[in-house]
Structures are given as C-alpha cells and as structure tokens.
Design a protein around this ligand. Sequence first.
Ligand code: SF4
Length: 280
Amino acid sequence: MTRKKRAQITLDALRRMIPAPETELAYEDPFQLLVSVILSAQCTDVRVNMVTPALFETYPDAASMAQAEPEHVFPFVRSVTYPNNKSKHLVGASRMIVRDFGGEVPDDVPDLVKLPGVGRKTAQVVASVVFDRDALPVDTHVFRVANRIGLTVNAGTPLAVERQLKTVIQKNEWSEAHHLLILHGRYTCLARKPNCDSCAASPGCLYFGRLQRLPEPRRGLDPKLGKFYCATCGRYTGTLKERKDRYGLLQAACRSCSSMNVFETRSGKTTKRVPDFRVN
Ligand code: SF4
C-alpha cells in the first residue's frame, strides 16, 4: 500500500471516530489562543483551560499583559509546567505584539516565530486555527501516530514528520489532519498502551500489522529452568543480550545463539517488541 493510500484510509477512519476535530483549548480570540498554546507546551489542555479564565479576566489582551511584569502573571499560571519561563514568555510576547505588530497577533508563521516562547509548532497551531492558514504542526501525538501508522518512514524529527505528511496529505486537509492525529493520539493511540482493539484505523496501520505478526505465546515452558527460553537453540536461560533488529530497535536475544526467537517462561510471551515511536 502506498503512503498516500494509507493516509487516505487513515483519515477516513479517523473522521468516523472523531466527528469534530478541533482544538480542545478554550479561547475567544487570537491572543487568547496564542497564550493558551504557549501555556500548553508539555502540559495538558485540561490544565491550561483551568488557569486561563482568571488569567484572561485580568489580562484580556496583549496591551494589558504587556504592562504586567512576569511576577504578576506567575500566580495565575503557577500550576502549569515551567511557570517561570512561561510567565516571561507571555509578557515578552505581549510587549512585542504591542511594539511591533500594532497590538494584534501576527497572522503568519514567520512573524509568529519572532515572539518569545513561540516555536514552529506553536506558530503553526495559531496560524492554522485562527487564521485559517494551511499548516500541519507536529507535536508528540502527531509524531507518534504518524510513524506508528506508517504515514511516514524513518522520520526521526518533528520537521521530518511534517515534511513527509505534507507529501501524502492534500494541502486543504492539513489542518483537519493535524487535529485528527492529535485527538487520536490523545484518546486512542496512547503512548504506552494504544487501544488497537477499538481503533477504526487498524486496517491501514503498520504497527498493528506488526503486532499481528508477533509469535503466539508459547505454552508449557518451565520457569524453574530459567526466566527465558530460546526457541531456536532450545535452551533456558536467566539472562539475555541485546541485538538490533532490522528496524534499528534493540531486541532481547539469546546469549548462546543470538536468536531473537525468545520467550518469557512465566507468561509464555515473546520478548520481541515492535517500534512504538514514543517520545520520552
Ligand atoms: S491500530 Fe493501534 S497503533 Fe494503529 S493507529 Fe490504531 S491505536 Fe494506534
């Protein structure tokens, strides 16, 4: 299956699962969205939505926040991650908006990334959500889900994922695809334990296909003879070594014959793993 075809199948499946693909951040205007997205870096949208109502009541726009000092903003955002830095960024960004952009949040990515605390991903989210620009920001969820499903190949950085996704998804679908992939990663294709059994995207998913090809659990192994059993050389052992597989992933291997055809004796399960593209 080509990556384009896989992308089509995936987006169609995700559209069925997620009828309203949009940001979960609460905002009423571009400034509020910008603030919320800055606050959401390595933090949950739920947490951000808890702090922003009081923050926006006191500082409803860039002009009012530009007059504050970071220590005035800090108490409002103390419960989000990195509150010190984020307070400085919010005040710094507000001052630049007032000084350089006439008090209005700039509407394109090159200007947005000039603001303190605004990286490429934040800029693209703001540009795409409130200014309707074609953008496909890649966060930790999009990175993981795109790689797992196989919409990208050997894409090791967010920028590589973004570039590859843009070659297989039509421009007018970028923004929707961004939200679909984020929400899918947040609620179904979870980092630690993806809910593949309830996932409509499984027919086109490479990770799911690889899971299906793992060896079945082996019955009748005796844990008293060793923690692991190598089905290639037929030996029980207490320790294994590591070996890279063809995906570059470290796998457990038999110390005697180097085979990766190894099983845990207690559960009977294979020790083989498939790449899950979690970002630590
Ligand atoms: S099948 Fe599993 S790994 Fe693949 S997209 Fe669905 S939840 Fe994620």
